[in-house]
Design a protein around this ligand. Sequence first.
Ligand code: G3I
Length: 302
Amino acid sequence: ESTLGAAAAQSGRYFGVAIAANRLSDSTYASIANREFNSVTAENEMKIDATEPQRGQFNFTNADRIYNWAVQNGKEVRGHTLAWHSQQPGWMQSLSGSALRQAMIDHINGVMAHYKGKIAQWDVVNEAFADGSSGARRDSNLERTGSDWIEVAFRTARAADPSAKLCYNDYNVENWTWAKTQAMYRMVKDFKQRGVPIDCVGFQSHFNSGSPYNSNFRTTLQEFAALGVDVAITELDIQGASPTTYAAVVNDCLAVSRCLGVTVWGVRDMDSWRSGDTPLLFNNDGSKKAAYTAVLNALNAG
Ligand code: G3I
């Protein structure tokens, strides 16, 4: 196959991309995105500050621009993200305790109702663990409502849209030896044992010199899959875009039957949240980088 999406589809997987609504009017951007990818994540537009800027007043204008573009072009949509310490609107940042807990529940219900039956996977909770060696939860206003906030979010989400796969999504959890990875593993194992509804784990995979790719990523994916959840690579970008590393990540997904697919976090380098790292698959002029060819070849060989 000659595109990433079609090549991934040969093994029943998708190859996705993060889309920014305000870039869809750029014809180079839109034509690459439409040609190459068969899954879409909104880079910012489905987040809490974008979808509920005032309490109880939902705004899906930009989220729907992306959703409608995706569906009109035959792509599935990953929802990102319902409960997160970051990109909270001001009104939510100022809440705590039971009022914040209820606001989180209301937010999940409001957004999931709008997209009921339309989203393949939802990142229900994003980035709830601390970096470093502690293996602890990240301190946040949500965590301070009680550490059961994560399972409350998942139970709320299951009831709101039983058709969506419900994912926990985080970064610096790709290396099997890292404390953060092990902490996430213990949470997912506990959720599965107690029947908390979780279907998938998203590994963001923002690789750079401080947090490099390690070949034990495949072990990580296998160990989580063995708990009975699907896994996905949800925000892939690699500082410098080494073709070898890109191919290794794709091969890790292909090696794990429960790996649903790969999403890269932007189209061209200039579209990246860290464009100085030139971490993506396309040059700024829209041409394909060596990493693109490495990924396509890996998908076609798998
Ligand atoms: O929309 C405003 C614009 O009105 C304003 O003029 C401009 C001035 O700074 O800011 C714009 O908002 C920015 C937004 O991106 C849209 O471009 C925010 O400042 C900026 O903080 C925001 O960054 C996003 C970041 O999440 C915020 O946490 C990145 O685009 C987005 O790629 C990044 O994505 C996250 C994932 O959601 C979770 N995992 C990590 C990943 C990378 O940080």
